[in-house]
Design a protein around this ligand. Structure first.
Ligand SMILES: N[C@@H](CCC(=O)N[C@@H](CS)C(=O)NCC(=O)O)C(=O)O
Length: 301
């Protein structure tokens, strides 16, 4: 019996959804390793240090760390007909950029009006609308790679403001999306999985005597650098001087309180949205409040 490929995946990630759908369509069995993005397993980081999902490890050791590479690896020839390349380029580029700015405006410095980004996406959807009036799916009357590559992103856009999306004159897009979301191919890929238990979890590498604020060992160097710049440029020049506060702000992985899309801006000089309509305060405010609490020296409890 041959070992199956291993897929590191995250249920709601649109890139991972497209990869799972392609694998399922191709009838490929794989070992499903559900990843929590703020606690990515060392096994995944070792084969794909860029740290994004999905990642597929083949039995021969080859690693596919881009969703489109996974799709292309497993898709049958007839799925690859048509202009899927141009469609994916627009989807993964302009569509995704504007979707993120519409859905998470305060994670970006350049968003003045989220609705302007929603309308940029709408312009793309209007083109899809015309196209889906000519054939049932993007590249003809059968589902193919283009549909599966795009649908998880259109779903995410639609769910950002469902009432608004449903009110748009996009009957062909709405019908196309509904059909895909109702399919066994999609629903079968959205079954919930428990987090995969890494064999070398972070808790095993952390001794009880270490401060609990210690950053995760697999942290990307950009995160460490951004955090240090935050301390040097936002906190110290504004008068934060307590060594305990500076230590905590220098080591607490603030980005882990955010979803990974927000990590590039996690250490910037402003508050950020977290789940359930809440926000995480600007770093300086956190530091100032902590300093006012007159914390105990580092290591004291
Ligand atoms: N180009 C990659 C993008 C994958 C990606 O950005 N996945 C997100 C989750 S939806 C992720 O892993 N983010 C973590 C990070 O950027 O650190 C692909 O197509 O596979």
């Amino acid at each position: 019996m041959t070992t199956p490929p291993i897929l590191y995946t995250f249920r709601r990630c649109p890139y991972a959804i497209r990869a799972r759908m392609a694998l399922k369509h191709a009838g490929i069995e794989y070992e499903h390793r559900e990843v929590i993005l703020r606690d990515r397993p060392p096994e995944m980081m070792a084969i794909s240090p860029k740290g994004t999902v999905p990642v597929l490890q083949l039995p021969n050791g080859e690693v596919l760390e881009e969703s489109m590479d996974i799709m292309l690896w497993c898709s049958p020839g007839e799925w690859l007909e048509g202009d899927w390349q141009e469609l994916v380029e627009v989807n993964d580029g302009k569509f995704k950029d504007n979707l993120d700015r519409y859905k998470y405006p305060n994670r970006f410095d350049d968003v003045e009006n989220p609705e302007a980004h929603r309308d940029e996406v709408l312009e793309i959807l209007n083109r899809y609308e015309q196209r889906l009036g000519e054939s049932r799916y993007f590249c003809g009357d059968e589902l193919s790679l283009a549909d599966v590559a795009l649908a998880p992103f259109v779903r995410q856009f639609a769910n950002t403001d469902r009432a608004w999306f449903d009110g748009q004159a996009l009957p062909n897009v709405q019908h196309w999306l509904e059909g895909i979301l109702a399919s066994e191919l999609f629903t079968g890929c959205m079954v919930k999985h428990e987090k995969w238990q890494s064999l070398t979890t972070l808790s095993e590498t952390t001794t009880p005597t270490e401060p609990t604020t210690h950053a995760e060992p697999t942290e990307a160097p950009e995160m460490t650098k951004a955090r240090q710049e935050m301390v040097d440029q936002q906190l110290i020049p504004r008068g934060i001087s307590d060594p305990g506060v500076i230590h905590a702000m220098s080591t607490t992985p603030r980005h882990l309180f955010l979803t990974p899309e927000a990590w590039p801006v996690a250490y910037r000089d402003h508050p950020l949205a977290i789940e359930s309509g809440q926000t995480i305060s600007q770093p300086f405010i956190v530091a100032m409040m902590s300093e006012l609490l007159a914390p105990l020296p580092v290591g004291a409890r």
